[in-house]
Design a protein around this ligand. Structure first.
Ligand code: SF4
Ligand code: SF4
Length: 680
């Protein structure tokens, strides 16, 4: 027993020493980041909910059922098998040690062996998945592209050794008659089976008890030196994640005026140490599973942007000694510039901020905030951005809209309507309930204007009392913000809030999901608080209340495209569908990628105003998917999506592939059915 005890203690002390050194070093690297913004710190309820759903229940992993179940069972297995580690350590001191109270129950023996067996089966599943997607055969369509797959095999091997030594030491205990489950050895069934090949030998038993301790503590060291450190960092990241999720508003709203006055102010992230601590921690939480990359529209269409590689490149940069000077946590003398040294500029500017990566990530990594922080640095500190985006910024600055059109043309869409659109010139009248925020696209772009006319017409038909701001309305600042120009965003936002406050506005209808998202989720941080509704929600409500009756059949096979900022970012998925499903004659079919897993049209993140020079155009990819359903109407509820998809349809029509297919807003379909206009 003495040899066993000494060997067990020596192995443990050595492994824990190495692990503690590594953990301390990693902690210092993370601590070298900026302080975490206080609003991100979780409440007790947030903590319990996030740990229960995302960590313990492994909620997001089940989106891929096979690997999800295998991962969850391995995780739960290791939670249960912590008890066997206690038993192994106890056996260093007392040969027939049992956990006090429960340690000799047959049920415990059964549960431990059951989970040991399940983990072995899960290992087989993981190995099969990895072999089938072997890196040798990888191309960019594999979700393991660029992942450290060899490390994964090493870890799978270690997990196998954990289970193998576990069953061998328990089998040896049963063979020697010193198992805590000796009185009913059938229940730890796997250990019992192994016991038939084990000799009745204390030396044999000692080898595998110490072996189990060596493998478990060695595994701890391996984990801390590999991507599998997510076992520890992912729960921490989930704890500190943006609640309830990192979609909708952007993560930080810096006090831009104060920052611009300070001489040494840094806006955004240009070097690794400019990120805040939670952003650095999340690079260590990445499991390299590739779920984000698999759903990224930019990667899918051949662009260099890969959200997984963004996160792992930042992690590699942080881990590279000297960048943060590692040892004392202070910034190194010549830290690399993230763009272009670590991140390819083409990757940075390819992001549409669609949020698909955030939605998919099982450990709640916040790619969009990280990307926008790097964009902020490029725009605000370096004045580096695609030239076309510069034109858009100037137009917003000078004319209040990205197209650079005159403000007095903002009401042109209403010309010819057979009812009057009230315009708020001073304070919104008492008999007007809603302000209709038309948005720049809806006011100024011809195709989007048709949708605006339909929306206004059905609202009028339903008796909704609304008014517009007309020339007093300006861009919300969304494209400027997503491009990284936080200053311009805040200028626009403050001016709009002043206008809205001055007009006494309380309730807003937005027909553009980008305006909807910005006004409802981002203006409150700058003092603008309103009840905001998207037109799809309001129309759904009006139809349900019987204020609009869709009576005329619209004979169309129709597919609905979810705008990212309505569906994924704000969870508005059912209302648009409920409107369309009320329309007689409409045969609605879903695209494969729909709902929260909808595919971007390519316009968000200010991409609408940038050239798409690399790979297949995202709008064409999405339109091809829509055409694949056989639909002759592609309906949406966003002017950006409408323009992008219509452009792609025009291209495909020119190739003879989309004859008779139209792209319209769902309000246009509804207007047709309530007898207001003809579908065009
Ligand atoms: S937000 Fe969308 S485009 Fe940007 S990295 Fe994530 S998935 Fe890709
Ligand atoms: S960022 Fe998230 S989804 Fe992407 S590879 Fe890492 S863990 Fe997986």
């Amino acid at each position: 027993m003495t040899v066993r005890l000494v060997a067990g203690v020596l192995v443990t002390v050595a492994a824990l020493g190495v692990a503690a050194y590594r953990a301390g070093w990693l902690a210092r690297l993370v601590w070298a980041g900026r302080p975490i913004p206080p609003e991100r710190l979780p409440t007790a309820w947030d903590t319990i909910r996030a740990q229960a759903t995302d960590v313990f229940a492994q909620r997001k992993l089940f989106k891929r059922p096979v690997s999800g179940w295998a991962h969850a069972l391995t995780f739960w297995g290791f939670v249960v098998l912590l008890l066997t580690i206690i038993e192994a350590y106890g056996a260093l001191f007392q040969r027939d040690f049992a956990i006090p109270g429960i340690g000799r129950s047959a049920a415990l023996g059964l549960i431990e062996d059951l989970f040991a067996t399940i983990v072995l089966v899960a290992l087989g599943v993981f190995t099969t998945i990895r072999l089938r997607q072997s890196p040798k055969r990888l191309d960019r369509r594999s979700r393991f592209y660029g992942s450290h797959v060899d490390q994964a095999y090493l870890v799978l091997g270690m997990i196998f050794l954990v289970i193998a030594t576990l069953l061998l030491y328990r089998g040896a205990q049963l063979a020697a008659g010193v198992s805590p489950y000796q009185h009913d050895g059938r229940w730890p069934f796997a250990s019992k089976a192994v016991s038939y090949i084990c000799p009745d030998s204390m030396a044999f038993e000692t080898v595998f008890i110490v072996g189990q301790i060596a493998v478990v503590t060695g595994f701890l060291v391996l984990v801390l030196y590999s991507k599998h450190m997510h076992i520890f960092t992912a729960p921490l990241n989930v704890l500190l994640k943006r609640q309830p999720k990192a979609l909708g508003r952007l993560g930080t709203t810096p006090d831009i005026e104060q920052l611009m006055e300070a001489e040494d102010a840094v806006i955004g992230a240009g070097q690794i140490g400019h990120f805040h601590r939670q952003q650095l921690l999340q690079t260590l939480a990445c499991t390299e599973c590739g779920r984000c990359q698999d759903k990224c529209p930019a990667w899918e269409t051949g662009k260099p942007l890969n959200p997984k590689l963004i996160i792992t490149s930042l992690r590699d940069e942080m881990l590279a000694e000297g960048v943060l000077a590692g040892k004392d946590g202070t910034a190194g003398e010549n830290p690399a510039m993230l763009v272009p040294d670590v991140i390819d500029p083409d990757a940075l500017w390819s992001c549409t901020t669609c949020g698909a990566c955030v939605e998919e990530c099982p450990v709640d990594i916040e790619h969009v905030d990280t990307i926008v922080d790097m964009r902020r640095y490029q725009v605000m500190m370096e004045s580096q951005f695609p030239a076309e985006a510069g034109t858009m910024l100037k137009n917003i600055e000078n004319q209040g809209n990205p197209w650079g059109l005159r403000a007095d043309s903002r009401l042109d869409w209403a010309v010819g309507l057979d009812f009057e659109i009230p315009v708020v010139t001073d304070v919104i009248p008492d008999d007007i309930e809603w302000l209709y925020w038309v948005g720049c696209a809806g006011s100024l772009e011809d195709r989007a204007r048709r949708a605006t006319r339909a929306i206004a017409s059905v609202l009028h038909a339903a008796g909704v009392r609304f008014a517009v701001l007309g020339p007093r309305e300006s861009c919300t600042g969304d494209p400027a913000r997503r491009l990284g120009n936080e200053y311009l965003f805040q200028e626009m936002a403050k001016a709009n809030i002043e206008t809205l406050q001055g007009a006494g506005v309380k309730k807003i209808i937005a027909s553009c999901p980008h305006c909807f998202n910005t006004i409802s989720n981002e203006y409150p941080q700058l003092g603008g608080n309103y009840e905001v509704i998207h037109h799809a929600q309001l129309l759904s409500r009006l139809v349900a209340l019987g204020k609009l009756t869709a009576k005329d059949p619209v004979a169309a096979k129709l597919t609905y495209h979810d705008p990212c900022y309505l569906g994924r970012h704000n969870g508005i998925l059912d209302e648009p569908r409920s409107v369309l499903d009320q329309i007689p004659g409409v045969e609605r079919v879903e695209m494969h990628r729909h709902g929260r897993r909808g595919f971007c049209c390519g316009a968000g993140g200010a991409r609408m105003w940038m050239e798409e020079r690399i790979g297949k155009r995202i709008n064409v990819e999405r339109t091809d998917e829509a055409l694949g359903t056989g639909a002759d109407v592609i309906a949406t509820s966003c002017p950006y999506c409408l323009i992008m998809l219509d452009d792609a349809i025009a291209q495909r029509r020119g190739e003879g592939k989309a004859d008779g297919v139209v792209v319209i807003d769902l309000a246009q379909v509804l207007a047709d059915s309530v007898g207001l206009r003809k579908l065009s």
